[in-house]
Design a binder for this molecule. Structure first.
Ligand code: THG
Length: 369
């Protein structure tokens, strides 16, 4: 098999950190929101996994783009797009929100930041939410402006994240609560920092608006982080599957609704908010879902999924595996699969064929335990 390279261009946008990570051992990229998102670093998947779980990493996640919704009708538009009730949302808080279409299909699963009723950021996964928002706003004649501000997130993740952050920002950073955000002073500027991030190891995300100062901060994190064994990193396939953090476009897409994706915690059908797809989601809830995202474990020591693979019982398709990786913790391949009714309640065994060889797996709950 040959190795291919991504031909970089203006359209596949670089980030303000690209030149840094390319001197720090980035080995692969994926494309996310038309932007480079690092996908691997020197050392390989298992070594970087151990490192993330024991130390601290700084990630270039600038591809988690912000869509700013600003103006008199900003709340109305944000609420129109999500089934999560944001009517009591507080300024300075983050909300994980399914964005759905008129059928209840998943458009995106962003983190939404509320600054005020009239200013929100939607920190999107990989789909063109800005265009969807603009269409809705134009159709509904809403008084809003919608644009992508120049914000480049770097995440600081890992069990030693706060040891490092405290050295730079002082004790105040330790008081930041999960899914809250605040501006913190750094040299002569301020940076928005949220206690969040796409790992279960703890840490923050720094929403860099001033790139010169952001790069100074990036460099300082590495200088001050030496004693904590800081390394560059990126969202980690093993860690995120073990923690069941969903990846839009991989685990779910517009053909799946949030109830099927296990996101019922973020679906509010009993209040009087107005959002697209509400009637359909109520119908789906009443009749019950036909498929559900579940965990799977397979007796295999490696896998490289490029597309979904069917799972079968006695040659009958019972679902498909959508993300998978070998987990050193479980010493098996683990994955996230969309499983048809009634198999998602039975949690039995299934067969999977890879390179025409048959392997056996079992359905389980996520997060994996
Ligand atoms: N941070 C920011 N923006 C993002 C992501 C992020 N945009 C793209 C992508 N990630 C969006 N997807 C997710 C998926 C899961 C979570 C966050 C963003 C997540 N979930 C928590 C969990 O499952 O533990 C639950 C959060 C809650 O309880 O409210 O963190 O990572 N800025």
């Amino acid at each position: 098999m040959s190795n291919q390279y991504i031909a970089k261009s203006r359209r596949l946008r670089s980030t303000i950190y690209s030149s840094r990570i390319e001197n720090q051992g980035v080995t692969s990229y994926t494309i996310y929101n038309h932007m480079l998102l690092p996908a691997g670093f020197e050392g390989g998947l298992e070594e970087t996994y151990e490192h993330l779980k024991n130390h601290v990493q700084v990630w270039d996640v600038a591809a988690e783009r912000q869509i700013e919704i600003k103006g008199k009708d900003a709340y109305q538009l944000v609420q129109l797009m999500t089934c999560r009730d944001l009517s009591n949302a507080k300024d300075g808080k983050c909300y994980y929100c399914p964005i759905i279409d008129e059928n209840g299909g998943m458009i995106n699963d962003p983190v939404v930041l509320k600054f005020s009723d009239e200013k929100w950021w939607i920190s999107i996964a990989d789909s063109d939410v800005m265009l969807f928002a603009k269409g809705l706003a134009i159709g509904k004649k809403l008084e809003v402006s919608i644009f992508e501000p120049d914000v480049n997130i770097m995440a600081v993740q890992g069990p030693k994240a706060f040891n490092l952050l405290e050295k730079i920002f002082g004790k105040e950073i330790l008081d930041l609560k999960f899914y809250n955000f605040k501006y913190f002073n750094f040299q002569s500027t301020q940076h928005l920092i949220a206690r969040s991030g796409w790992s279960k190891q703890g840490g923050v995300e720094i929403y860099v608006e001033n790139s010169k100062s952001g790069l100074e901060l990036y460099d300082l994190l590495f200088e001050q982080g030496k004693e904590f064994n800081v390394k560059p990193g990126c969202p980690h396939l093993i860690e995120r599957i073990e923690g069941a953090l969903l990846s839009y476009g991989n685990d779910m897409d517009i053909n799946d609704n949030p109830l099927e994706c296990g996101l019922e915690k973020f679906v509010n059908l009993d209040t009087n908010i107005e959002f697209l797809g509400k009637d359909n989601l109520i119908k789906i809830k009443n009749s019950g879902i036909e498929k559900k995202l579940m965990g799977v474990k397979i007796n295999l020591d490696k896998i490289n999924l490029r597309s979904a693979i069917n799972l079968t019982i006695d040659d009958k398709i019972i679902g498909e595996i959508r993300s998978a990786v070998f987990s050193p913790t479980f010493n098996k391949v683990i994955g996230i699969a969309m499983i048809n009714k009634p198999y998602f309640t039975n949690k039995g065994n299934f067969d999977i064929f890879i390179d025409s060889k048959k392997y056996v797996g079992e359905i389980c709950d996520i997060p994996f335990v």
